[in-house]
Design a binder for this molecule. Structure first.
Ligand code: AMP
Length: 583
């Protein structure tokens, strides 16, 4: 029998997965497997997925998003001079997923299980089936999204540090609550988990999702622009598209950081000029701004519990689905309600399609007792400097319990004009503070002279053998460096890491002396370990002088750098001596 693929056909994003050697595996369509459910017309070409999303920002009237909301209706949609039914647009997304999957897999992808929300009516389910047919696929089954999520989570035991986690559904009958907050919709379902998975109650809000959270940030940005630049962009679509994208990035960053600064230049205005906005948001502000949305989801949770005639203490597991569940306030609120209920932390974006692929495996007769889910046992992050330059922190790139193999990237930026190098330190662990995590490798990226805030793309890949592969690139300047680390063998890593650093340093001395400058970060690292006192004050002042020179006094730079380096060396050797004496 052909392989059966699992498809999460979502309102905002879609995914396709398949079971391989007993493991659910998300196929990396569009890079990371999360494919925007967007179709856009470019001349006579129909684009789907990420390319369509990029185009949709500039040409919203030639693009279709969130078609899932229209499934089962008779609404007509226009693209160029053609009209389509919602089934046709969904078929394009399905066809794109399967065509791209075929290119990666090397064989036809024809048989699928597609997921739908538990509340979908018969007409909506039939429309989804029809979309599959119009895409030329054999739809083996339509299953409920919460059921798929539960199937997947059932294969993940949330035991710390255990990276290979095994089937747990034999734990007897119990109840689970699936909380699914995506980009445009919110669903909550209560399930009875036993030999079969039964949906006892399902409710939600078809018009509440991440987009609404983004809009609250946009509103603040619009107010600020109005006050500072005296221009009203409330109805100006090109500016709104730009601000929406910026707001979403800020929201995502606030899931990991205590505050973010939104800096956007060249925002288009109706008179053909551009304007700028710069605003700081703290996580606290953002939580207060969106408190009512979280409260609305909680009201739905209570309603679902009432319909299922259960009290919170009967819920054994709370399963988080949808990108928005990464917002810390969401998990915190659920923890308040469900107390000790287990909330396994796995990748909330992929659990539905992975679960659908498990259903596919069950239909095609694979031995599902053997299904394994490999996940990252620790968060992998990169050391960065906070916006206020006060401290170093770990910025997660691959969160703990993400299903592997996985590739994730994040964009960082330089701090100074003409910054000479970026020091790249890879940490493993759950703390925000580098000194509380484990340093597993480090290297540096020599930079071409550029303005401050020049983007540096850092990509981590983590494979089934625990090998971390980091690639860092200064965007637009073709400067690149790579590092391989064996994260399951710390000794080996650190020595490999060291070798790599030494190699790099040798190369750099040969080719471009003085190219690498770790000075700032070395000083900050030391400062974070020093007790208050005269030595700490001297180092702080010297660092401030150095940073000032970096910004606007090239002439004084060498002298100030020598002074700072001397202080660093003196403090470092003193510390090393103390450590030796203690040993
Ligand atoms: P989904 O429809 O499940 O793909 O969820 C997409 C929504 O999740 C979008 O609104 C994203 O902005 C949001 N999202 C993704 N990652 C995060 C994050 N780390 N923190 C907060 N929201 C996120």
């Amino acid at each position: 029998m052909n392989k059966i693929y699992g498809i999460d056909l979502g309102t905002t994003n879609s995914c396709i997965s398949v079971l391989k050697e007993g493991r659910p595996h998300t196929i990396p369509v569009d890079g990371n497997g999360i494919v925007p459910s967007v179709v856009s017309l470019d001349g006579t070409n129909l684009l789907v997925g990420r390319k369509a999303l990029n185009r949709a920002a500039a040409f919203p009237e030639q693009s279709i998003r969130s078609v899932k909301r229209l499934m089962g209706t008779t609404e007509k949609l226009t693209l160029g001079n053609k009209t389509y039914e919602p089934e046709d647009i969904s078929a394009m997304i399905l066809r794109y997923l399967c065509d791209e999957a075929r290119k990666i897999e090397g064989h036809e992808v024809e048989n699928v299980v597609i997921t739908v929300p538990a509340y979908f009516s018969d007409a909506q389910r039939r429309a989804t089936m029809e979309a599959g047919k119009r895409a030329g696929l054999t739809v083996e089954r339509i299953i409920n999204e919460p059921t798929a999520a539960a199937l997947f989570y059932d294969h993940v035991l949330a035991s710390d540090g255990d990276s290979q986690q095994v089937l747990s559904s034999k734990a007897g009958e119990h109840y689970a609550l699936v909380y699914d907050l995506g980009g445009g919709t919110f669903d909550v379902s209560v399930l009875r988990m036993g030999e079969i998975i039964e949906v006892l109650a399902s409710t939600g809000d078809t018009h509440l999702g991440g987009d609404d959270f983004d809009k609250r940030i946009v509103t603040r940005l619009l107010q600020e622009i109005k006050e500072k630049e005296n221009v009203d962009l409330e109805d100006y679509v090109p500016a709104l598209a730009r601000l929406n994208a910026v707001a979403e990035r800020a929201k995502i960053a606030l899931s990991e950081k205590a505050s973010v600064r939104v800096e956007e230049t060249r925002i288009p205005t109706p008179k053909g000029k551009s304007c700028t906005v710069s605003m700081e948001f703290s996580r606290e502000d953002f939580e207060a701004m969106t408190e009512d949305f979280v409260a609305r989801t909680v009201a739905s949770v209570e309603k679902a519990m009432e319909e299922a005639q259960l009290t919170p203490d009967k819920i054994g597991k709370v399963l988080l689905v949808g990108g928005m569940t990464r917002m810390p306030a969401v998990a915190a609120r659920l923890e308040e309600i469900f107390g000790g209920a287990r909330m396994p932390v796995v990748d909330p974006d992929l659990s539905v399609s992975n679960g659908a692929s498990i259903q596919g495996g069950i239909i095609s007769g694979e031995n599902c007792e053997q299904i394994l889910v490999d996940v990252t046992p620790h968060t992998l992050s990169l050391e960065s400097i906070t916006y206020d330059f006060r401290q170093l922190e770990c910025s997660p790139i691959i969160p703990r319990n993400t299903q592997i193999p996985v590739t994730r990237a994040r964009t960082f930026s330089t701090v100074y004009h003409h910054q000479r190098a970026a020091e790249l330190r890879v940490y493993q662990g759950e703390s925000l503070f580098p000194k509380e995590n484990t340093l597993i490798g480090e290297t540096s990226l020599e930079l071409a002279p550029a303005e401050a805030h020049c983007p540096i793309l850092v990509e981590y890949s983590y494979d089934l053998n625990g090998i971390v592969h980091m690639v860092a690139e200064q965007k637009g300047y073709s400067r690149k460096t790579e590092l391989r680390i064996d994260s399951r063998n710390p000794q080996l890593f650190s020595s490999q890491g060291l070798e790599k650093i030494q190699e790099d340093e040798e190369e750099e001395t040969e080719e471009s002396p003085n190219a690498v400058n770790f000075v700032t970060q070395r000083a900050r690292n030391l400062l974070s370990k020093m007790e208050p006192g005269a030595k700490k004050d001297a180092l702080t002042q010297s660092l401030a002088r150095y940073e000032e020179a970096l910004m606007d006094d090239e002439d004084a730079l060498d002298e100030v750098e020598d002074e700072l380096l001397a202080l660093i060396e003196a403090e470092t050797s003193e510390r090393e001596q103390e450590e030796q004496e203690e040993d």
